[in-house]
Design a protein around this ligand. Structure first.
Ligand code: HEM
Length: 343
């Protein structure tokens, strides 16, 4: 499938750029005989203030990114200098802004969920009920923001392919953005399917809450635990493909560092869950094994993040040396860019 060279970082610089028994529905679900659709509609209404805050954050990030491109300071331009016209590529900056707001809201959603299911710090004076309500509204808005990110990327691809007919523009943009394997060049071959997996999994797992009476609370809870995988995929996708965190430096290091509090909450949730049946050593051996493996994995991840912070080796690409006057330019992040920009 065709790719847009201007929107593929690789081409411009990268190498290959509750608590219910299984049989009985939870009390809350019983109190809503009118079903999942009504519950979803009520949560969507409750999510409006949070959604407005999310849009305000997105707009601020958009303004920040736009001004950085206009002033020539954006790291994205070091990866893709052809995008220097801030006005022309506004949809691309908006896609980036939705991505960052989506990641922030995903972070908040996971943190709130872990606080609901694990022991809360004593100083936190918010009731579990309120935390759970916030968790539901932020999760819905996370989905909206993630979708906005992908849709604006799609819109930019469609705009860019002006030479094609509308049918081809829409089809190409759709396949590149939404179909796994459709985006066929550079780092995007891996990074975009990871983003798609995060988006589709988030939609499936987030919205399954409203079907929990049909699928059964136990199945739902098991599925819901996978949400943390969605978040991990989102961070991985960002570290792999985000041009604003493409190079070594404090923005990328900060992104790594911010994962530590979340990992600590996850560890606390595993070691001291609210539900007795989930405590370490409780339940049948497969459950005990799974919890033990999860504790080990989280602890090792924390050690890895600390090592990244201590050594500064965060997987960022080295910034290119300024070319000596008169030399042919190899503008690029990784040195080996003959394939993408030519020297
Ligand atoms: C269909 C799914 C997705 C597609 C097609 C997609 C596409 C992209 C592309 C092309 C970039 C590179 C932009 C750049 O920095 O130049 C990017 C970066 C990014 N994506 Fe995604 N993405 C998807 C899913 C997600 C999800 C689920 C998240 C989670 C919130 C996410 C968050 C981000 C973030 C934070 C960046 C960094 C933006 C920047 O550097 O300014 N993406 N994505």
């Amino acid at each position: 499938m065709a790719t847009d060279p201007r929107t593929d970082p690789t081409r411009h610089g990268g190498r290959g750029h509750g608590h219910a028994r299984a049989s009985a529905p939870p009390a809350e679900a019983r109190a809503r005989p009118d079903g999942a659709r009504t519950a979803l509609a009520a949560d969507l209404r409750a999510a409006v203030p949070d959604g407005l805050a999310a849009l305000a954050v997105t707009a601020s990030v958009f303004g920040f990114l736009f001004l950085r491109v206009r002033s020539g300071e954006s790291a994205t331009l070091e990866v893709m200098p052809d995008l220097a016209d801030a006005g022309e590529y506004w949809m691309y900056w908006l896609s980036q802004a939705f991505g960052w707001a989506g990641l922030l809201w995903a972070y908040l959603t996971v943190a709130l969920g872990l606080l609901v299911a694990g022991q809360r710090p004593g100083r936190l004076r918010v009731s579990p009920r309120t935390l759970e309500r916030w968790h539901r509204t932020t999760s819905l808005n996370t989905l909206v923001l993630m979708t906005g990110h992908a849709v604006m990327f799609f819109a930019e691809l469609v705009r860019y392919e002006a030479a094609l007919g509308w049918g081809d523009r829409l089809l190409t943009g759709f396949v590149d953005t939404f179909v796994p394997g459709g985006y066929s060049s550079g780092t995007g071959r891996l990074a975009i399917p990871i983003g798609q997996a995060a988006l589709y999994l988030a939609a499936l797992l987030g919205l399954s809450f409203y079907l929990r009476r049909r699928i059964g609370p136990r199945t739902w809870r098991t599925l819901h635990r996978l949400v943390v995988v969605t978040y991990a995929l989102s961070v991985w996708h960002t570290l792999l493909y985000g041009t604003n965190v493409w190079f070594d430096g404090w923005p990328r290091t900060t992104l790594w560092a911010l994962q530590l509090p979340l990992l600590a909450l996850l560890l606390a949730r595993l070691l001291r869950p609210v539900r007795r049946g989930e405590r370490l050593g409780a339940g049948a051996w497969p459950a005990r094994l799974a919890t033990g493996a999860a504790v080990l994995a989280v602890a090792l991840t924390m050690v890895a993040v600390v090592a990244v912070l201590a050594t500064g080796r965060d997987g960022g690409r080295a910034r290119p040396e300024p070319a000596p006057a008169g030399a042919l330019t190899r503008t690029a992040s990784e040195g080996d860019v003959g394939e993408s920009r030519g020297s």
